[in-house]
Write a protein that binds this ligand. Structure first.
Ligand SMILES: Nc1ncnc2c1ncn2[C@@H]1O[C@H](COP(=O)(O)OP(=O)(O)OP(=O)(O)O)[C@@H](O)[C@H]1O
Ligand SMILES: [Mg+2]
Length: 236
């Protein structure tokens, strides 16, 4: 079953087509990796899916076209995201930052406090939840942002370069955490990442884009052997 279908999605900034006629599908339950050179349109694609921008074409989530909805509406439908550069309120605690995230999403079901405490344990922030956000390190800032997204109880999670600048150990922990989110919570994940080794390890399928266009999609072992991918992205 497809959880997301993008059909001929295009976003222009003046003359520049940052995303161009992009068509692809994401299966429910998979970890779907996206890579491509700097400026190839990866973050713009996330901005389109999450309602930050709207362009042309269809973005179908669980059978419903969500293209053009506002970000909070997309979140209420069950899609959450994290940002390439951690977006947090620096002067409030980790806990309160997660609460802001939780507020953005669905408010039915479990009470908010319970949801927040669950995600704090799940991502491994317990013990650091009362620290003011500007005083935690980059890894914990990323975990805070991720926890806020998880607290909205998404069925699809978009993560934009979650491991850039982390230590090898933090990278390993991040990979394990994404796999745990996928397996234990049953959340479908789309992950943008430059480090191919990590992307290949974590993804069930991969899509490589260049200049806003899809150049290859498939299982990691196939994509990394693709001639055009080697040419434009991996280096020959
Ligand atoms: N709001 C905007 N206004 C004008 N141009 C933009 C805007 N956002 C993105 N772009 C341009 O669109 C193109 C795609 O940018 P995008 O941020 O999506 O790339 P990316 O693949 O995420 O790159 P990176 O790997 O560096 O994060 C770039 O040329 C960028 O300069
Ligand atoms: Mg980007």
């Amino acid at each position: 079953m497809k959880i997301l279908q993008a059909k001929e999605v295009t976003k222009r900034f003046g003359e520049l087509a940052a995303v161009k006629d992009l068509t692809f599908e994401v299966e429910k339950g998979e970890i779907f990796g996206i890579a491509g050179p700097n400026g190839s349109g990866k973050t713009t694609l996330f901005n389109l899916i999450s309602g930050v921008y709207s362009g042309s074409g269809d973005i179908i989530f669980e059978g419903e076209n969500i293209h053009g909805l506002r970000p909070f509406q997309v979140c209420h439908k069950g899609v959450a995201r994290t940002f390439q550069i951690p977006i947090l309120f620096p002067s409030i605690t980790v806990y309160d930052n997660i609460r802001v995230g939780a507020h953005f999403g669905v408010l039915k079901g479990k009470n908010e406090k319970e949801r927040i405490n669950e995600v704090i344990d799940f991502v491994g922030l317990r013990g650091r939840e009362n620290i003011v956000a500007e005083h935690v390190d980059l890894f914990d800032k990323r975990l805070t942002m991720l926890a806020g997204a998880l607290a909205t109880q998404p069925r699809l999670l978009l993560v934009d370069e979650p491991i850039a600048g982390l230590s090898p150990r933090e990278v390993r922990d991040s990979v394990a955490l994404f796999q745990k989110i996928n397996r234990e919570l049953g959340i479908t994940i789309i992950i943008i990442e430059h480090l191919m080794k990590v992307l290949v390890e974590v993804s069930h399928r991969l899509m490589i884009i260049n200049n806003g266009e899809k150049i290859c999609i498939g299982p990691p072992e196939e994509v990394t052997q693709n001639k055009e991918v080697i040419e434009v992205y991996l280096g020959g």
